[in-house]
Design a protein around this ligand. Structure first.
Ligand code: F6R
Length: 242
């Protein structure tokens, strides 16, 4: 595991964006795994600047990590909407090559299997961008998720629902309680993993994931078994590493 510590979220995002840009330079038809949430936003903003300066991601393919279950795809906080707004448009990706799990499917198991097949058909993920939950989740693989878990419907932990409530401020709009997420096993098959974490509220999850025992109680700890993981942290997120 490589750990790169920067002073603040913007510099952290810029450093991670350069890692993504260099992978895309090496491989124009890069298969990118994309996370949503706050952590990768500075990365996407920096990458968008590089795209406007000439980086061409139009031949890249993208797979989102997860999608809420029970939220219409056109809801502004659905990950379909977030990915379209924060990733596809600013990075000038081809919308036909951007995939998000179908959390609205009547048959969620079939949708999960179809997603796994789509990733396999694309040749697997070259570079996976990850955030980390305050409880150590990756994707929406909450504590207790197995190392070999695959794409499936999961119930979100109370901590995750509380953390996500900042995106659902209208009381008529309840915070989703379930999601369709790539499994830990699916994520670990990515050839390179770039995890971005910023802020003191992530320091404990980072310390437990990086330096603690490898355990399903902290799904991010399974990343210790992956041969090519780079963590981009700001000082605050790195503050509890020894
Ligand atoms: C998002 C995802 C989650 C987030 C995590 C951190 O697609 O899979 O694992 O990365 O919940 O969220 P933020 O970055 O908002 O703190």
């Amino acid at each position: 595991m490589r750990i790169i510590v920067s002073p603040d979220p913007v510099t952290t995002g810029a450093a991670a964006a350069h890692a993504v840009a260099s992978a895309a330079d090496d491989r124009p038809d890069l298969v990118l795994g994309v996370a949503t949430g706050s952590s990768p936003q500075p990365l996407y903003r920096s990458l968008a600047i590089l795209v406007r300066a000439g980086l061409d991601l139009s031949s890249a393919t993208a797979f989102a990590l997860d999608e809420y279950v029970g939220l219409a795809p056109d809801h502004p906080e659905s990950y379909h909407s977030v990915i379209a707004r924060e990733v596809t448009a600013p990075l000038h990706l081809d919308p036909a090559r951007v995939h998000v799990p179908n959390g609205a499917a009547a048959d969620a198991d079939a949708a999960a299997e179809a997603y796994e097949r789509a990733i396999a058909r694309a040749g697997g993920v070259d570079l996976q961008i990850l955030g980390i939950g305050t409880n150590g989740h990756i994707g929406f693989n909450e504590p207790g998720s197995a190392a070999d878990s695959r794409t499936r419907v999961v119930e979100l932990a109370a901590q995750t629902i509380a953390d996500n409530s900042r995106f659902f401020l209208d009381p008529a709009d309840p915070v989703p309680t379930h999601a369709l997420t790539q499994g830990v096993g699916t994520i670990l098959e990515a050839r390179h993993i770039v995890l971005v974490a910023t802020g003191g509220h992530k320091a404990d999850a980072i310390a437990r994931g990086v330096e603690g025992p490898v355990t399903a109680a902290v799904p991010a700890s399974f990343l210790q078994r992956h041969p090519d993981v780079t963590l981009f942290l700001d000082d605050a997120a790195a503050s509890r590493l020894s």
